[in-house]
Ligand binder design. Structure first.
Ligand code: PLP
Length: 363
């Protein structure tokens, strides 16, 4: 970069050099100790929906958005999001895990809260673009870290009466995130919350919308307040008899070589859970999706919470303080949980064969 007076002249080659210098600076990031939090990156990508159609992909280096104060996302919760990860792999390539599944889930959420569906192709193109533009933030292979993609779709059209907006903004930002388990794969205690529900049986629990999280903040804060528990655990809202899910992660239990996960109309269909069900089957386990009564917890040999952030978070214990009961699975992750975790991580990192074609590979 040469500075002539106040004018900054940057050729493409020079930009490359500057980026390389930035890369070197960024390599001072302590990848191993990155939190699961926000870090500013170089660019985000955006696409507006106006006059009944999606526009062109725009890129921005601003962390801010400007929207109308009567936008439906602010008043009536017209907001959907996704979460997926990209990995720098052993062969040097970048892999995005189950992008099409995330696109499909976002489309389902769109139908659920009356927003225009974002085409899978547009979703794919924007994911690839935002990763390429922020490549220097992609953690190197072997550090346990990854690049987290956060797509979000909001109603931006002004509306005072309760109805869907006529304008929307879809955007994706990225942030490097560290390994979920800093001290290795570890089990955590959970607590059943009987005072609060996350979602109603025929409500929006199956959609990935911010409103479900607003509904969970109080339960989550109270559950974690004493420092004793990692997360709250929800029961079905109607009967309070069955297990729904754990905060922002699906539940699974294992016994007699069978992987069992709840069937419920109020839980979010986790893509990690879907993947684990497939892997369990591949490994010769039986897989069951059915209601799980609370008491059945006592019969599981292993239990875990699953989601994009941690893949599997083994459950050490589930306490039900109001009932004075506690279900224990042990401090050490069980053998099946370990195997499933390692296989899924192996596929994400390009170490195991991707037999189901889950990865989008960027060369
Ligand atoms: C996102 C989410 C999950 C996990 O889904 P993945 O696709 O596996 O990341 C589980 N429960 C809730 C409520 C969620 O929002």
């Amino acid at each position: 970069m040469s500075i002539i007076g106040k004018k900054i002249v940057t050729s493409y080659f020079e930009t490359k050099q500057v980026n390389n210098i930035k890369t070197r600076i960024m390599n001072n990031i302590d990848w191993k100790n990155l939190p699961f939090g926000y870090m500013k990156t170089d660019y985000n990508v955006r696409c507006y929906y106006r006059d009944g159609k999606w526009g062109k992909i725009e890129t921005s280096s601003s962390e801010e958005i400007s929207i109308h104060m009567a936008a439906t996302c602010l008043h009536y919760g017209q907001e959907a999001f996704e979460g997926l990860k990209a990995f720098r792999c052993k062969d040097g390539k970048i892999r995005i895990f189950r992008l099409e599944e995330n696109a499909a889930r976002l489309q389902s959420t769109c139908r659920g809260i009356m927003m225009p569906e974002l085409p899978t192709e547009l979703f794919r193109e924007m994911c690839i673009q935002v990763i390429k533009m922020n490549e220097r933030f992609l953690p190197p292979y072997g550090e346990g870290a990854s690049l987290y993609l956060r797509p979000l779709l909001i109603g931006t059209g002004a509306q005072v009466g309760v109805k869907p907006a006529n304008e929307y903004l879809f955007m994706i930002f990225v942030t490097p995130v560290g390994p979920y388990f800093k001290g290795g794969f570890m089990a955590n205690p959970y607590v059943i919350t009987r005072k609060y529900d996350r979602s109603a049986p025929l409500g929006t629990g199956v959609y990935k919308v911010g409103g479900n999280y607003a509904a969970s903040l109080r339960a989550h804060t109270e559950a974690c307040a004493g420092g004793q528990y990692a997360c709250e655990f929800y029961l079905d809202a109607k009967e309070k008899k069955y297990i729904d899910e754990a905060g922002a992660a699906n539940f699974f239990g294992i016994k007699n070589d069978t992987y069992i996960t709840p069937e419920s109309t109020s839980i979010l269909p986790s893509i990690t859970n879907k993947s684990l069900m497939q892997l369990a089957q591949d490994m010769g386990m039986k897989v069951e999706r059915r209601p799980i009564a609370i008491e059945e917890l006592a019969t599981f040999e292993e239990a875990g919470a699953c989601g994009t952030a941690a893949v599997i978070s083994p459950i050490e214990r589930v306490d039900d303080p109001e009932m004075g009961t506690s279900y224990n699975f042990g401090k050490e992750p069980g053998p099946w949980s370990k195997k499933l975790y390692e296989r899924l991580r192996g596929i994400q990192l390009g170490e195991c064969e991707d037999v189901h074609n889950w990865n989008t590979v960027i060369d």
